[in-house]
Design a protein around this ligand. Sequence first.
Ligand code: PLP
Length: 461
Amino acid sequence: MANKEIPYKIYLSECEIPKQWYNVRADMKNKPAPLLNPGTLQPMTAEELSVVFCDELVKQELDNDNRYIDIPEEIQNFYKMYRPSPLVRAYCLEKKLQTPAKIYYKFEGNNTSGSHKLNSAIAQAYYAKKQGLKGVTTETGAGQWGTALSMACSYFDIDCKVYMVKVSYEQKPFRREVMRTYGASVTPSPSMTTEVGKKILSLHPNTTGSLGCAISEAVEVATTTEGYRYVLGSVLNQVLLHQSIIGLETKAALDKYGIKPDIIIGCAGGGSNLGGLISPFMGEKLRGEADYRFIAVEPASCPSFTRGKFAYDFCDTGMVCPLSKMYTLGSGFIPSANHAGGLRYHGMSSTLSQLYADGLMEATSVEQTAVFEAAELFARVEGILPAPESSHAIRVAIDEAVKCKEAGEEKTILFGLTGTGYFDMVAYEKFNNGEMTDYIPTDADLQVGFDGIPKFPGNMV
Ligand SMILES: *Cc1c(COP(=O)(O)O)cnc(C)c1O
């Protein structure tokens, strides 16, 4: 098997799409820390969480034990519309770099929403429908999550209210229209439609918004509107679980050809695509069956892993959500204008945070112009126009492949290509005009965010 010629694209057949998600927490010796009630500092109970989230998703959120969870048939059927996603051997990129490294990428951009987020959106919409809810609320930054969720909600015929970070709402009118086409209502955040929005606007009248702020608004609407729950597109354990479909498909495809990656790379915003891609491989590492290098890539302008604190913090700016133990820059941290909207969150998945704290994963940060140089090179040789977020992973994959060339090593590099960049042409325009800048926060900038991390005994900041 190992010597079989590797095709440009390794496709699985429809019947090979995994029928269960893999829950990496089951194999972790040190489990991710539980969410805490910010009032009592006690772990959130299922009952408390069910005010915010759908019941079945609460179960998944709290499940640290079951290794595999069945994917309901309705979700499997939806997956068949755009999955399995291709695993591509980047022959053209390898040739361009003249590297002995073998490069593979799993491409998640082949659906209308343009990213991997649809994998979790459809699951969350399904459980909301099954519970008999009228609809869901959410936030969206760059717009990929809102788009994915509006597609999923229209499929199951439930309402979808999206709070969109104001700067994206204004800069990406076409994303907004895609969401409306799928029947969602879209409100720029912060808005006057919520108490928390009014409060934030009175404090910062000119703010262009942030993800943390949009989350606060969406949660408020969900908890005060009958028949609604809140859904989140990243960060949560349940989202990593749904995204494990990426890693499971990848592993199944690689196994067909006896390929074992040495390095697995993914961009990290809240950690869902990276967590999903690495989960089955991390499981092997945790069980002592195989070893891999895992690299999380984040923007230098929003360096949660590489410069953040591992502490309990709020998931949102309005401080209405539970506390999560994670690498965080502080819920008040607002990153400088950066074009990778999906990577601008102040925190990180608690599962990935624990794996990183335990030394099972590495992290690195890259600057925006270097990211777009990689994006351009990739687009020109591999054909796909990558999302700025995804291009963070491309950057580091290229860097690792160049190191292989210098060292004469034939390593196998796998990275997650999370989406396409068609709605990011303002960013590409800036890059093409030579107007793109890199802003790296100073320690003093970061301290402002750290000062807002809640202080209580045991929370080391
Ligand atoms: C949202 C998004 C990301 C980052 O989110 P994660 O939860 O960290 O995966 C990366 N790439 C694309 C295309 C996105 O839309």
